[in-house]
Design a binder for this molecule. Structure first.
Ligand SMILES: [Zn+2]
Ligand SMILES: [Zn+2]
Length: 370
């Protein structure tokens, strides 16, 4: 039986790198794609097997000690996977063959919806939200095993997570590596799965997450809470939690950027004579002075009583559009008074003036459109 070192043409002291280089050189020469001859095919198998043994430190040591005499003996290696050939031709780096995959994976993101009113938006709000996701299993702490037990190396793939299968193809026999079905590619099996989580390392649970929602949010905005989502399989890292905000429409107040809008109904006498009043804004009372002769459509701006911007900075304003309410039902005496007033003030007849889309009408349009 040919010596593996001789087959590859390297010394017994060859470094892993020298072994790899020797294999690449020979594979380029002997691979059935390049060299269809019967002899080449046989030599290719020998070369690949020699490389399989000598490139694995454990197998190489066993071989040096006299084990593994057979060219295609069983054991972990089998003979070269497709990956090896590919690597030989294209010079892929890294380790050869597949690695077992980890049971631990990142958990999924979770989404919860929160509903706020405009008052919450002015300053921000605190919410305790219920989140229904997978959480770490307390019994096994994500190990998936009954306490006191451990995963064991898979008998079928010997811990590699992969099994090699020979497939007949146009290129001849090609060995492919596929995930081991016994261990699902993990390389280990769990003889005594944790009873609490059925060996998943996590269980579903409802928990409460306390969230500070910043001021200035708006409907549709998603706040990301990194690491507050679902725990991953086998205690893998948590996904993120997203909070999707819905701001319910307010009866009185509306929003325009960081400003808050409302309409102030002022009676005709108050509009004429002026008055003082106190209105209840979203964040408490505001004293307002209505000057004598205020016009319908005038806007009173109360600085700094709007919304705190999401990105910080100065609060917006509260803008109040004046709506003068014309009396609709007058008794005879009131009617006489108004007629007398009109005569004495020589109120002008209705007349055309330059059209202007006042701020107030814009406000009203915006209110109407939602
Ligand atoms: Zn468990
Ligand atoms: Zn396996």
């Amino acid at each position: 039986m040919a010596d593996h070192y001789e087959v590859l043409g390297v010394s017994r002291e060859a470094t892993p790198d020298e072994i790899k280089k020797a294999y690449r050189r020979l594979a380029r020469e002997l691979h059935p794609d390049v060299n269809p001859g019967e002899d080449a095919s046989e030599r290719f198998k020998l070369v690949t097997h020699a490389y399989d043994v000598l490139s694995d430190p454990e197998q190489r040591q066993r071989y040096d000690l006299g084990g593994d005499g057979s060219p295609f003996g069983g054991g972990a290696g089998g003979f070269g996977g497709f990956g090896d050939v590919f690597e030989a031709f294209f010079g892929g780096g890294g380790s050869r063959g597949g690695r077992p995959r980890s049971r631990r994976e990142r958990g999924q993101d979770a989404l919860v919806r929160v509903t706020l009113d405009l008052g919450d938006v002015v300053f921000g709000a605190h919410r305790d939200v219920e989140v229904d996701t997978a959480v770490l299993c307390e019994t096994c702490q994500g190990s998936c095993c009954q306490p006191g037990t451990q995963p064991v190396t898979c008998d079928i793939c010997h811990g590699s997570g992969n099994v090699q299968r020979t497939v007949r193809s146009l290129l001849g026999n090609v060995v492919t590596s596929q995930p081991c079905t016994t261990c699902q590619g993990y390389g280990t099996t769990i003889p005594y799965p944790c009873g609490t989580c059925a060996g998943q390392g996590r269980v579903r649970a409802r928990r409460t997450v306390s969230v500070d929602i910043p001021a200035g949010v708006e409907t549709g905005l998603r706040l990301q809470l990194p690491g507050s989502g679902e725990v991953g399989p086998a205690g893998g890292p948590n996904g993120d939690l997203y909070l999707e905000v819905t701001v319910t429409p307010h009866e009185v107040f509306s929003r325009d950027g960081d400003d808050v809008l409302a309409t102030l109904e002022v009676s005709m006498p108050d509009a004429i004579l002026g008055t003082e009043t106190t209105i209840e804004a979203l964040d408490g009372p505001v004293d307002l002075e209505i000057r004598p002769g205020v016009q319908a459509g005038d806007v009173l701006t109360i600085k700094g009583r709007g919304i705190t911007p999401l990105r910080g900075g100065q609060r917006g304003d509260l803008r109040v559009g004046v709506h003068v309410v014309t009396p609709t039902r007058l008794d005879a005496k009131q009617r006489a008074l108004i007629e007398d007033f009109a005569k004495k003030t020589k109120a002008p007849a209705p007349r055309l003036a330059e059209f202007h889309q006042g701020l107030f009408s814009k406000l009203r349009d915006r209110f109407r459109n939602g």
